[in-house]
Design a protein around this ligand. Structure first.
Ligand code: URA
Length: 210
């Protein structure tokens, strides 16, 4: 798959995203909405997971029934805002394995600096979903994917809530092989690298750290 971007325009996602964007939405409500949207995103991005038939017994008969094939997914949260999407996705995919990568943006250069990295040892046997609500400049996403490619997962998808056109272009130039899924593509970035119209700082709104 080359330079694939999927904007998931399901009405429930769009409605909930509008509530999240509103500046008076409380921290608790923001978190709840992000969790709900993340479940819906997880539903969409896992559409193509391979199935295999296994023999089971119902109370009345035996049958060959479909189950997910292979090892469980690995979800990677880009800290700290990725935690919000991770929590929602884990509700839908509770047996997924989880990794974390910690990156912060240098306020001067907007470049990502890695401060934490922990993933399961066997990610090379798993399909990987990397989650971060905001793809702004794309720099964190690019750096995270470079680092995670070193672990050689079976596949990688990048899932966010909002993306800026600049971030998508930067990301696709660097990682054309990684499909991106988002709930919306906004207008542009401001001078500080925030998405406009956006929803503010996702981490601050999620954790009340403004
Ligand atoms: N990170 C955020 O939390 N918000 C933005 O608008 C951009 C990056």
């Amino acid at each position: 798959m080359n330079n694939s971007i999927t904007c998931i325009e399901h009405p429930l996602i769009q409605h909930k995203l509008t509530l999240m964007r509103q500046k008076d939405t409380s921290t608790a409500k923001f978190r709840q909405l992000l969790e709900e949207i993340s479940m819906l995103l997880a539903y969409e991005v896992t559409r193509d997971l391979p199935l295999e038939k296994v023999s089971i017994e119902t109370p009345f008969a035996t049958m060959d029934a479909p189950m997910l094939a292979g090892k469980k997914l690995v979800l990677i949260s880009i800290m700290r805002a990725g935690q919000g999407i991770l929590d929602g996705m884990l509700k839908l995919i509770p047996s997924a394995r989880v990794g974390h990568i910690g990156l912060y943006r240098d306020p001067g250069t907007l470049s990502p600096i890695e401060y934490y990295f922990k993933v399961p040892n066997d990610v090379h046997e798993r399909e990987m979903l990397i989650v971060d609500p905001m793809m702004a400049t794309g720099n964190s996403a690019i750096a995270a994917v470079h680092r995670l490619k070193e672990t050689q997962p079976l596949s990688i998808k990048f899932v966010c809530l909002l993306a800026a056109p600049e971030g998508i272009a930067n990301f696709q130039a660097e990682h054309p092989d990684v499909p991106v899924f988002t709930a919306a593509i906004d207008d542009k970035l401001d001078a500080h690298g925030y998405i406009l119209p956006g929803l503010g700082d996702a981490g601050d709104r999620m954790f009340g750290t403004q």
